[in-house]
Design a protein around this ligand. Structure first.
Ligand code: BES
Ligand code: ZN
Length: 915
């Protein structure tokens, strides 16, 4: 009997899933034997499973998840059986305790524009199953706590799909009988490790691979492969090198070895996310694989290194030990982000490069996660409920989750292990001893780290520490310093508060580790001795704040010190201390902690910007008067001219806080005003420091033969920044020399970083030469999709001048190279504009919001995940000044009023409206 079932989700019957409702599965699936007959229009999937009842839960029907599947046959122990459909679930009753279940379905990969489940990209097949995509391939218990052994047979046309890949080891392959359409072949793969369905993957197509054999310390041989389309092999060396570094690092730092004979990475240009850690068969967005010096920038090279590392590290943190349910997502994602951040730092040769990486990571946290934590989508690192799990792959789960893990490392530190690395590694070892092969919770992880360090602050404070998992919102730590000259003491009082977030009106105090140093008048670190202690320790120490308010008194201080608080950004909090400009300038000049040294410069810039936004008017042409004082400009000159600071650090110090970050510092946000003030600051830095930028360019522009190492990348970044400012200075001076030099540099550049920086300098100063350079750039790279993405996003993120960007965006959408169906391309134009260009987007005439509304609706019909991410561009609407605020709300309301929205987008806009 052939039965066709169409179970597309209908209407907004959005169901809320609650963490508290977790129940163990009623059945276990021990083995899965899948056979695919691959065809773009109709792929047949035969799924033979062995199941047994879970004796720990009451007997009940088996309910299998499925989505957009055509069901043809269901057999239990080889016999036809009765079944029913409940919504999209396939329900089987009266089953024996153990049995074989055979399900035959078909799907249409070529029409799969959601890019979840099995889909076609450039005539090849790919899968994406996390979080709930396996149900789009076959009926299954599609939840991470059901771990099974998989064997997979792929059958396909041999000429069109010469490469057939799945998880594990290739155990057989060969020819099949000739079909109607030519010769077919097959490959059979067996995965030696049990896994949850979200880690299943298959790939089939015309691909070529770079191969590398490695031998582990224990003498085991492994084959590493990076698969790409023919023609892209010359862009795979860096990904392979990054993979080899990852394998070596995980073994060296955590004793975690590669547990597979073969480890494969495959690149696809149609991918919703960055990359996916399927067991032994990682699938990557091309953006995070392909690089050579002609097409990729230093930032691309560094992203590839960390994404390759990230997915590889999941092999243990995520795959060997996985999540019990999706509320535990940060168990694998927060931990793995922490691991990839540590990996990137450990690959740095110099301490200063480690600090640069830390500053970059904190910058992401503060510009993306802090706003999330203060907005309508705020949720704990371990959320309590969701409608669509795809919406919870957030900066909170990832970046704040990583900070929570980092705090655990800090809180297991001891005298002999001041950073906590050894203690944390011991905790990881215990975690694997206890839970290898299991699906567990965030509690299990925290318990293992604490239990391995019984004498630590973490062990002592564990229940309270775990509030970081349960309470949303960014804590504010207010610090007050009081110097007593007679007693020669300095008392630092730290108080914490955390504002309400949706569903959490009241917060209990967090455990907050606060790295602290005290600087003397000469800028040196003073010895730190707390009242009651018998000796002083030099340098930084960690205070642990656990109460609403606590005071710490330091003794033996001859003069009032300048406190350097929250060194290294030891906790994801907002630190408030009423620094004077003089104190900040002191920290900027002397702090031994590079993070706080950078932070001092940022605070100075924020103070100037916020004061200007409150007091300086913008003239009709969108410009405003001088914002930066001479002290700040002098300090920036000193940094730029500094003989020993490295270029990457200078680049970070000279980079003004973003418009998004500035917006978060204000109660009411006028995006146009912020933009005008920040542009005035940039212009002032450009003009006042012109000679210094020239010197910086001269000292940094030649970086020799290209390698993407931190030192030479830093020099290229600073040279690029110098060019941008020199082109900006030319705007007011009318100078033609530097724009001309910049165009020449653009033409002569030996690598993409220098070429793109020169192009960006012309574009961001709106110089007339920019158009010529853009046209040339397009012609040079018309066949390189990833470079064309850069070409689009450079134009859509350019500084808005008189409302020129939105019309440009609309024009770019008519370009022959534009496509809404390709997520990278759609994001490079639409998301870059709506989420990366506040002044272009937030227009007085609301045209940006109209545009957003139309694109969200249009994209939602094609790809709900991409649409839902774009939908978050207006998360912070309630902070906007009028008329932006009302106009933005109207636009969100218009989207929410649609009756055909995916639950992805529906959840985002509903939360934005506070319903
Ligand atoms: N497991 C995720 C991929 C994923 C994300 C699947 C969302 C399903 C939904 C993967 O490990 C990941 O985290 N990828 C990141 C990049 C990473 C370096 C932070 C991504 O894709 O953005
Ligand atoms: Zn991940």
């Amino acid at each position: 009997m052939l039965q066709m079932i169409d179970d597309r989700e209908t209407g907004p019957g959005a169901v809320v899933i609650n963490r508290a409702d977790y129940l163990a599965p009623a059945y276990w699936i021990d083995t899965v034997d899948l056979c695919f007959d691959l065809d773009p229009a109709k792929t047949r999937v035969l799924n033979k499973m062995t199941l047994r009842r879970n004796p720990d839960v009451p007997a009940q029907p088996l309910k299998l998840d499925g989505e957009e599947l055509n069901l043809a046959r269901v057999l239990v122990n080889g016999q036809g059986t009765s079944f029913k459909m409940e919504g999209s679930q396939l329900v089987l009753c009266d089953l024996p305790d153990a049995f074989e279940l055979e399900i035959f379905t078909t799907t249409c990969p070529s029409k799969n524009t959601k890019l979840m489940g099995l889909y076609v990209s450039n005539d090849s097949f790919f899968t994406q199953c996390e979080a709930e995509g396996f149900r789009r391939i076959t009926y299954f218990l599609d939840r991470p706590d059901v771990m099974a052994s998989y064997s997979v047979t792929l059958r396909a046309d041999k000429a069109k799909y010469p490469v057939l890949l799945s998880n594990g080891n290739l155990v057989a392959h060969g020819a099949l009988e000739d079909g109607a359409n030519g010769a077919r072949h097959f490959a059979k793969w067996v995965d030696p490790h049990k896994k949850p369905s979200y880690l299943f993957a298959l790939v089939a197509g015309q691909l070529v691979s770079r191969e590398q054999r490695i031998t582990s310390r224990a003498g085991k041989e492994h084959l590493l492969q990076v698969y790409v389309r023919p023609g892209d092999l010359d862009k795979t060396e860096h990904a392979m090198t990054s993979l080899m570094h990852s394998v070596a690092w995980d073994e060296a730092r955590f004793g975690l070895k590669l547990d597979l004979e073969r480890f494969m990475i495959v690149a696809t240009s149609d991918f919703n996310m960055g990359a996916m850690e399927n067991k032994g068969l990682n699938i990557f967005n091309t953006k995070y694989v392909l690089a050579n010096q002609a097409t990729a920038t230093d930032v691309d090279f560094s992203n590839i290194e960390s994404v390759v590392g990230h997915e590889y590290f999941h092999n243990w943190t995520g795959n060997r030990i996985t999540c019990r349910d999706w509320f535990q997502l940060s168990l694998k994602e927060g931990l793995t982000v922490f691991r990839d951040q540590e990996f990137s730092q450990d690959l740095c040769a110099e301490a200063s490069a480690r600090a640069v990486k830390r500053i970059e990571d904190v910058r992401v946290l503060r510009t993306a996660q802090f706003p999330e934590d203060a907005g309508p989508m705020a949720h704990p690192v371990r959320p309590d409920s969701y409608i669509e799990i795809s919406n919870f792959y957030t900066v909170t789960i990832y970046e704040k989750g990583a900070e929570v893990v980092r705090m655990m490392q800090t809180l297991v530190a001891s005298i002999n292990d001041p950073l906590g690395r050894d203690g944390f590694a011991r905790g990881m070892t215990l975690y694997f001893e206890r839970h290898d092969g299991q699906a567990v919770t965030c509690d299990d992880f925290a318990q293992a780290i604490a239990d391995a360090n019984p004498m630590s602050d973490l062990a002592r404070l564990l229940p309270q520490f775990k509030r970081w998992y349960s309470q949303a919102g960014t804590p504010r730590v207010e610090a007050l310093g009081a110097y007593d000259a007679t007693a020669r003491t300095y008392t630092l009082t730290l108080s914490q508060t955390c504002w309400p977030t949706p569903g959490q009106p009241v917060k209990e105090p967090f455990v907050i580790p606060v790295g602290l140093g005290l600087l003397g008048v000469d800028g040196q670190d003073l010895p730190l001795q707390l009242e009651g202690e018998t000796s002083a320790l030099a340098g930084t120490r960690t205070l642990v704040l656990t109460q609403d308010s606590e005071s710490f008194t330091f003794v033996n201080l001859d003069a009032e010190p300048v406190p350097s608080i929250l060194r290294g950004f030891t906790a994801p909090v907002v630190l408030e201390f009423d620094y004077t400009d003089a104190q900040l300038l002191h920290l900027l000049a002397h702090d031994s902690d590079p993070f706080n040294r950078w932070e001092a410069g940022q605070r100075l810039a924020v103070n100037s910007a916020v004061n200007a936004i409150k007091s300086i008017a913008v003239s009709a042409d969108g410009t405003c008067a001088n914002v930066l004082n001479d002290a700040y400009l002098g300090a920036m000159r000193e940094v730029l001219r500094h003989p020993t600071l490295d270029s990457a650090f200078k680049d970070l110090v000279l980079t003004l806080p973003s418009e998004t970050y500035l917006a978060e510092q204000l109660d009411v946000v006028d995006p146009q005003h912020i933009h005008a003030v920040r542009e005035a600051m940039r212009q002032q830095l450009a003009t006042a420091l012109k000679a210094d930028w020239e010197a910086a360019y001269a000292a940094n522009h030649d970086t020799g033969a290209y390698t993407p190492d931190p030192e030479s990348s830093g020099r290229r970044a600073l040279a690029g920044m110098a060019l941008t400012h020199l082109c900006l200075a030319a705007r007011t001076s009318g100078d033609a020399v530097w724009p001309g030099k910049t165009l020449q540099r653009f033409k002569d550049a030996g690598n993409m970083t220098d070429r793109f920086n020169a192009l960006a300098a012309l574009v961001s100063s709106s110089h007339p030469l920019a158009d010529q350079a853009l046209a040339l750039f397009h012609a040079m790279f018309k066949d390189e999709a990833l470079v064309i993405d850069k070409w689009f996003s450079l134009q859509t993120s350019a500084p808005d001048r008189g409302g020129n960007i939105l019309p440009a965006v609309k024009q770019l959408m008519k370009h022959a190279d534009f496509s809404l169906k390709n997520p990278n391309r759609a994001r490079s134009v639409i998301s870059t504009f709506c989420q990366g260009n506040p002044a272009g987007f937030h227009r007085l005439d609301a045209a940006g919001y109209h545009f957003w509304c139309e694109r969200v609706i249009e994209l939602d019909a094609l790809n709900p995940q991409v649409a839902a991410r774009l939908a978050r561009a207006l998360d912070r609407w309630s902070k906007l000044a009028e008329p932006y605020r009302s106009n933005a709300r109207q636009a969100i309301t218009r989207v929410a009023a649609r009756t055909d929205l995916s639950k992805d987008t529906l959840e985002v806009v509903t939360r934005a409206l506070g319903q």
